[in-house]
Design a binder for this molecule. Structure first.
Ligand SMILES: [Mg+2]
Length: 231
């Protein structure tokens, strides 16, 4: 079956992402050590983030607001303005973390673009994701960029239709079983999991090993080989 549309996740598929969030969380926990145990701080932060996802969506700005909110929950009115300033600085640093393509990405994208249309499919903040794509220098390979609020089967069905591809001729590639793999399979496409060393706890899931349209690849450079076999 010839693949006509290759949808690619961005964060931790094309470039590193989660490790920067984990660094930010460590800086945040360290900042609040005078007030609370780091495990407690972290748990309150994760709660605030979960609570606010439906309001702020994914991305650094919502994460920053949740850090401030959790700090206020923990410390109350005694939270020093200096601590708020430092939390905002952690958020700003996250907005401009370096964008370095992961191993194999830069060399492999032109090979993929020669065989099928490439579409970037990512959650998060429109402004930040577009800035990251520009900073990566990879934008020219893509026929389109789809920044979505959630990755559901309906999201993928809509994207396949928009680019005129039958789901059976589309593949989604990403590091998250929960967002990239399971909903794309449910929409009838192929799905390729390329695990990344760092994974956000929310994005974990069970690999659908019995599903013939699923495969796990070791790295991005394995994609052309898979496409050759799918032909
Ligand atoms: Mg990802």
């Amino acid at each position: 079956m010839r693949i006509e549309l290759i949808c690619l996740d961005a964060d931790d598929t094309l470039w590193s992402h989660e490790s920067y969030f984990q660094d930010a969380a460590r800086r945040y926990n360290a900042l609040l050590i005078p007030f609370a145990d780091p495990a407690y701080t972290e748990a309150r932060m994760v709660e605030a983030e979960e609570r606010n996802l439906h309001l702020y969506g994914y991305g650094v700005k919502g994460f920053t607001l949740s850090m401030v909110e959790a700090a206020l929950d923990i410390v109350g009115d005694a939270l020093p303005a200096g601590a708020v300033k430092q939390i905002l600085a952690i958020g700003r640093d996250l907005m401009r973390h370096p964008i370095e393509p992961l191993p194999g990405v830069r060399e492999t994208l032109p090979l993929l673009a020669a065989q099928a249309r490439l579409v970037l499919v990512t959650k998060g903040d429109l402004f930040h994701q577009e800035a990251k794509l520009a900073a990566s220098g990879l934008g020219d390979h893509f026929a389109g960029v789809e920044i979505v609020s959630e990755k559901t089967p309906a999201t993928y069905a809509r994207i396949f239709a928009r680019y005129g591809a039958a789901p059976s001729r589309a593949v989604m590639v990403g590091n998250s079983l929960r967002s990239d793999i399971l909903p794309a399979l449910a929409a009838g496409a192929f799905a390729l999991h390329i695990p990344h060393e760092f994974e956000w706890a929310r994005e974990r899931g069970e690999a659908p090993l019995d599903e013939p349209r699923f495969a796990a690849l070791e790295g991005f450079a394995d994609l052309p080989g898979w496409l050759g076999r799918a032909d």
